[in-house]
Ligand binder design. Structure first.
Ligand code: NAD
Length: 507
């Protein structure tokens, strides 16, 4: 299927307006399925970052946005969700032509998740403890005490290319729910949907509350992280860049949320229902061509099931249809870029060199109508050991490592033997066993007999080097507030203030 895509132009989005970059420069965005140019986007500069941050600062400091009452704020969040729903088709299209995500996934999952997140956080906002009264305690003395939760201020959001809209929403929704303002820097492969999303949001929030600066990560991202008028940084991306951001944010002691890489273990137990576990494990690893941080890339299979499971995995994988993401019949789209394709192929070569057995895929593919796209066959390695490079490093492509085990404790030990700790899974008919395994797995989310089930009302984030902090759920609201303790003395007479005697003992 060939779909002709029109080249669009996108300026920066600052203070509620479209504006060119200060130096008028642009960069090109290509469709990874076809290699075609799809957009020219403003290549921002540090001066543009400054303008955007100032707009966000003014909107935070000088308007009533931060003080809006929760009922009105919930209405704003609902209004944003309606904007997204009303423009779902355009958002899905922009996302598909730049990220290579299939319209089938974006339409049936991403858009619904975004709408659901804004609505869920709107509902949470109504119940949120913006002010809590503490009991009057005997110690340190009678007083009225409150804990107020206040917005942090200007929040910088830096996002990756794999799920640009959804991950932007994980940051924008809680930030706005708590009264902050936002400057977002999307990845340069995939800025289009974020720019459109900001325009939609700006239809219902004051100018300056949401701003987008596009351009190179090392320049725009670092300028944001270093900016003295930015109060918080929320970053999703590789662990390598996360490390750098954490270092830079320390210069101005910024509140930082990091959502980083993963190498998630998936353990099949002997009593697993294979009719679900096999398709479920493939869904866990090959969705979006394996370019999801929480992909289940290491599958642990007991000796007794090994051959049967491998045969089932290979049979089902060989039926996956690679194609243009805009075609609703496509199961698997391209990977994001030529560079990413080459990285994935080099990992596949490393797996072969290390002695793993390639049982499925392993090559790049030419897809009819998308001859210049970057497609890699869904790939399965067996006889993988957990110390191999392909089992330890994040490939971020459609590569499954199947690892054999004899004893469950050995599988759990290998599962945890990684620098990452984002997601994990276990497949079994025994719910008690499942909880026992879940308890032992070092990961921010554990799926039992399922995968990729992220929820707006549940926190998501990583153990170990997969990150710091959580997005979504109630915890995401906490992450965009700071607390203020307010104390009011109930002792009008000086003689009842025993504490003062610590200083004025002689008087
Ligand atoms: P990346 O780290 O290369 O880039 C992420 C973002 O950071 C981009 O916008 C990029 O322009 C910007 N950036 C790059 N260098 C920077 C710097 N020095 N300072 C500031 N910003 C900079 O990641 P990617 O390749 O876009 O995305 C893939 C990675 O993201 C994978 O490692 C994946 O696991 C991770 N990821 C994690 C989650 C999660 O929730 N934990 C979700 C999706 C993706």
């Amino acid at each position: 299927m060939t779909v002709k895509v029109e080249v669009q132009s996108f300026p920066l989005f600052i203070n509620g307006k479209w504006e060119p970059a200060s130096n008028q420069e642009t960069f090109d965005v290509f469709n990874p399925a076809t290699g075609e140019l799809v957009a020219k986007v403003a290549k921002g500069t540090a001066a543009d970052v400054d303008r955007a941050v100032q707009a966000a600062r003014d909107a935070f400091d000088n308007t009533e946005w931060k003080n809006m009452n929760p009922k009105d704020r919930a209405k704003v969040l609902y209004a944003i969700s309606y904007q997204i729903a009303a423009h779902a088709e355009e958002l899905a299209y922009l996302e598909a032509i730049s990220s290579g995500g299939t319209v089938r996934r974006i339409g049936n999952s991403d858009i619904l998740q975004m709408v659901d997140l804004f609505q869920t956080l709107a509902n949470f906002t109504l119940e949120y403890p913006f002010s809590e009264t503490l009991p009057v305690p005997p110690f340190p003395g009678p007083a009225h005490n409150f804990v107020w939760r206040e917005p942090i201020g200007v929040c910088a959001a830096i996002t990756p290319w794999n799920l640009p809209m959804v991950i932007a929403t994980w940051k924008i929704a809680p930030a706005l729910a708590m009264g902050n303002t936002v400057v977002i820097k999307p990845a340069s492969y995939t800025p289009l949907s974020t720019l459109k999303l900001a325009e939609l949001i700006s239809n219902v929030v004051p100018p300056g509350v949401i701003n987008v600066v596009t351009g190179p990560g090392a320049e725009i991202g670092e300028a944001l992280v270093r900016h003295p008028k930015v109060d918080k940084v929320a970053f999703t991306g590789s662990t390598e860049v996360g490390r750098r951001i954490m270092g830079l944010a320390s210069e101005t002691i910024k509140n930082t949320t990091l959502e980083l890489g993963g190498k998630s273990p998936n353990i099949l137990l002997e009593d697993a229902d294979l009719s679900i576990a096999i398709p479920g494990s493939l869904f866990g690893v090959f969705l979006h061509s394996g370019q999801l941080c929480e992909s289940g890339t290491r599958l642990f299979v007991p000796d007794s099931l090994y051959d049967q499971v491998v045969a089932g995995l290979v049979a089902l994988t060989s039926k996956l249809k690679l194609g243009n993401p805009l075609d609703p019949m496509t199961d698997v789209g391209p990977v994001i870029s030529k560079k990413q394709k080459e990285t994935i192929l080099s990992y596949i070569e490393a797996g072969i060199q290390e002695g793993a057995t390639l049982v499925c895929g392993g090559k790049e593919v030419k897809v009819g109508g998308c001859e210049d796209g970057y497609f890699v066959e869904p790939t399965i390695f067996t006889n993988v050991t957990n110390d191999m490079k392909i089992a330890q490093e994040e490939i971020f492509g459609p590569v499954l490592c199947v690892i054999r085990y004899s004893e469950l404790d050995e599988a759990i030990k290998m599962a945890n033997d990684t620098i990452y700790g984002l997601a994990a899974g276990v497949w079994t008919r025994d719910v008690n066993k499942a909880y026992e395994v879940a308890r032992k797995l070092q990961a921010g989310v554990v799926w039992i007999n399922d995968w990729h089930m992220l929820r707006s009302d549940a926190p998501f984030g990583g153990y170990k080097q997969s990150g710091i902090g959580r997005e979504m759920g109630q915890q995401s609201l906490d992450a965009y507030t700071q607390t203020k303790h307010v104390h009011t003395s109930m002792s009008p007479e000086l003689e009842r203030r025993n504490w003062y005697g610590i200083l004025f003992g002689q008087n």
